[in-house]
Design a protein around this ligand. Structure first.
Ligand code: SF4
Length: 419
């Protein structure tokens, strides 16, 4: 498949990646010349349709819409778990604390009204006016603020800057921060639909999810489902990094072969970002969240990264592992003790002073023991790299290095790194 829409033109602010639609442009419709203002948005998508909670949930269920923040939870199920009435909150999570991911900030910058349409649609269905959007990126924040000023139906939407890193962007950490607490996940697992902002039920999801909600109602479920995979119809946003044919943010129909996105060649390929899974080739995998999850390769927030051949791949993995350790809230044992120890063991592996088995054993101590999924994700990121990098690790074991420089192909520590 080739790109049928040009990337965004004109200068883009730092942190906002060029964005391209492959095939049908829905989320990115009209963005070829940059940000879509209200008049253009209305010409493209019309006046947003409204539905009550019952009918909205039915429409979302008809297309099998899954959340786009990482957990891929069915959106209709989440909506049905919410009480209808004035107690509830709607939380649009645009924190995007993973430095490899740029899709949400890019969507908020380019198509802010689509995100607002979705948020206001959910708020209408839940009969609440309490809508909060948290945003990490300054340019995305400015665009969303301008969008709120451009329209009359969003005056009560609250935009909140939120720059609390990776774990601080986890939805329960965001809810806690908005309730006056620290931006760290609570020590026990609670559902935002039961105990969210201010202890009230909160419908929380990723910004891309809300944009899809707006599209489902604007197009109707039948039209929405005319593109994409049968298991997950529609389009999705991805961030493509590293040695791939088209770096940047892309909107693509689901169901595409992964090889069309990252090339068919073998080589270390990261699917699902920094809580994701390393594989050694795309093989027959297709872009379909349920299918990828069943294959043990969840898409998470949609980052696909292929390491260039000229970089020290083990060094890349160790660098990100160190960043993941630095991002933890440090309140649970597997993060406080386990992630630094895992990083140290990885660095010793890179210098030939530790074995793969030691790394595997350290990673195996982490899952299921924290108050959030951060140690589980970090362990997956490291453990799945080991078989994929087997040859490189053998070279490190023999020589103490692989002879290649560390290029920093995987951004770590700079949240708005360029592609
Ligand atoms: S598991 Fe780690 S990141 Fe999650 S709450 Fe505990 S210390 Fe924080």
């Amino acid at each position: 498949m080739t790109a049928t829409a040009e990337p965004t033109h004109g200068p883009l602010p730092a942190g906002i990646m060029p964005a391209t639609a492959w095939g049908t442009a829905r989320l990115l419709a009209g963005t070829t010349s940059g940000r879509v203002d209200l008049a253009r948005h209305r010409a493209l998508h019309g006046v947003p349709r409204r539905a009550d909670a019952h009918h909205l949930a039915a429409a979302l269920e008809a297309v099998g819409l899954l959340g786009r923040g990482g957990a891929a939870f069915p959106v209709a199920t989440k909506l049905r778990a919410m009480p209808v009435g004035r107690r509830g909150h709607v939380l649009v999570n645009g924190s995007e604390g993973e430095p490899a991911s740029h899709k949400d900030r890019t969507l908020m910058y380019l198509a802010p009204h689509l995100v607002l349409d979705g948020a206001l649609t959910v708020a209408h269905a839940l009969e609440t006016e309490r809508v909060t959007v948290v945003i990490e990126d300054p340019s995305a924040f400015s665009s969303m603020a301008a969008a709120v000023r451009e329209r009359t139906d969003a005056r009560r939407v609250r935009l909140v800057p939120h720059d609390h890193g990776y774990v601080g962007g986890e939805v329960r950490a965001v809810s806690r921060a908005l309730s006056g607490g620290p931006a760290v996940p609570p020590g026990r697992r609670v559902l935002p639909t039961e105990h969210g902002i201010g202890g009230q039920p909160t419908f929380a999801s990723n910004v891309e999810t809300f944009a899809h909600v707006a599209l489902v109602l604007a197009l109707g479920p039948e039209e929405y489902g005319t593109v994409g995979a049968s298991g997950e119809p529609g389009t999705t946003l991805l961030t493509l990094l590293g040695d791939v044919p088209h770096r940047g943010v892309v909107e693509v129909p689901t169901g595409l072969p992964l090889s069309a996105l990252v090339g068919p060649e073998p080589g270390p390929l990261l699917v699902g970002g920094y809580h994701g899974t390393w594989i050694d080739r795309p093989g027959e995998l297709t872009l379909d969240r349920p299918a990828l999850r069943a294959a043990g390769v969840p898409l998470n927030a949609g980052v696909l990264a292929r390491l260039p051949g000229g970089t020290c791949a083990l060094g890349e993995v160790a660098t990100v592992a160190g960043w993941l350790a630095s991002e933890s809230a440090g309140q649970c044992g597997p993060c406080f003790f386990g992630l630094p120890a895992l990083t140290d063991t990885l660095h010793r592996l890179a210098s030939g002073r530790a074995t793969t088995e030691e790394v595997r054993r350290r990673a195996g101590l982490l899952p299921g023991r924290g108050a959030c999924a951060h140690p589980d994700g970090a362990a997956r990121f490291v453990a799945t790299a080991l078989p994929v990098l087997e040859d490189e690790i053998a070279t490190h074991r023999t020589h103490g290095h692989c002879g290649r420089p560390l290029l920093g192909a995987l951004p770590a520590g700079i949240r708005r790194a360029a592609a």
